[in-house]
Ligand binder design. Sequence first.
Ligand SMILES: Cc1cc2nc3c(=O)[nH]c(=O)nc-3n(C[C@H](O)[C@H](O)[C@H](O)COP(=O)(O)OP(=O)(O)OC[C@H]3O[C@@H](n4cnc5c(N)ncnc54)[C@H](O)[C@@H]3O)c2cc1C
Length: 391
Amino acid sequence: MNKKTAEHVVIVGGAILGSFCAWSLRDQGFSGQITVVEKDSSYRYCSTALSAACIRLQFATPLNIQMSLYGVEFLRDVKSRLGQDAEIDYVEDGYLILGSEKSVEQRRALIELQRAQGADIVELNPAEIANRYPMLDLDGVGIGAYGQSGEGWFDAYSLMTSARKAARASDVTYIEAEVNSFDTTSEGVTGVVLADGRTLDCDWCILATGAWSGGLIHNIGIELPVVPRKRTVFSFKSPVEGIGMPMIVDTSGFWLRPEGHEFIGGIYPDPTEDFDAHDDFEPHHHLLESEFWPALATRVPAMEEMRLLSSWAGHYEINTLDHNAVIGPHSDLKNLIFATGFSGHGVMHAPAAGRGVAEWITTGQYQSLDLSPLGWDRIANNRPLVESVVI
Ligand SMILES: Cc1cc2nc3c(=O)[nH]c(=O)nc-3n(C[C@H](O)[C@H](O)[C@H](O)COP(=O)(O)OP(=O)(O)OC[C@H]3O[C@@H](n4cnc5c(N)ncnc54)[C@H](O)[C@@H]3O)c2cc1C
């Protein structure tokens, strides 16, 4: 294959989305020039490095389930795709999403929707949950939705660096520079303008700047509703053995998963303190005592004895319109391709998004999975595609 040899793709943002777009382009035979512009090669603050790195099939939007199914396939087979040295420590121990007594019918309908999409999710009643996980106090729980296969967690940083390494090995150039703006005509982007004054001419520009995307593209008058919202992760020890436990999402809103023999977990901040975070990466320390620990010790009494090891905060790239990604071309600037706004599910969807973006650029349409419902048009026309299973 010798596709688009004379074209230059500039990808802005070189973390997991940028790297999967780059690698997928080469995987699909794109033979032109690919330059990835990343402002911080340490990747210290990118969401990918700070994420909980889980993959789930339990969504309410069928397309998200399909993207996750491809993600699972990719993770299981990562070495044959990204190279034998791709070590991502994928653990497929499932999600257990607990529902209140009042939400049983609603949860059951979601399980049916997910199963119809091919997701291996089963309903557990409280007795079945107690039998499997005797450490849980199930007061107020009416239902559990459990992913028997196809859900778990992995090392997102390693997945990103493996995709980056595979991209570089196939002649993708990464440069460390900050993008400030874009040169445009009425029909497209002609150049990517760097803070150091240089301009990179381009035939395609992919926006993969995560939580920074809304602010950056605003510089050329495009209102993309993607904002940075801080999410805190607590890492802790407890007398409970982590190995073999699923990711648990509680009725109170906290989530918890094993990290080896220990655990990580978190809980949403109150909406009154959930501001656009921009450069603020200080964890919400108070959430530990005020929200997370009490809820955790109620559901898992042995966790009353938990001991905090560390905490960190990263930014969810929240699409405030509908909590779903924005993927594909802008309606006027047709060579500006979005790959952003994943609203907390970008590491699991990076393989499917990268594949889709590469198909669009190499063939002018989606080939394997139609990602157009996640396109720009719904943003421009204010037609949300709401994802209700937000964790
Ligand atoms: C606490 C937390 C938990 C999460 N848990 C999960 C989970 O369990 N599963 C899941 O799938 N997702 C999860 N996410 C979400 C996931 O991390 C993101 O959806 C994903 O990492 C987005 O990847 P990205 O490449 O788009 O963005 P990022 O990883 O943020 O990368 C964007 C890159 O763009 C660069 N950049 C920004 N602006 C510029 C510029 N002007 N010029 C050049 N470069 C620029 C940045 O330096 C950065 O490296 C979580 C996120 C957080 C914060």
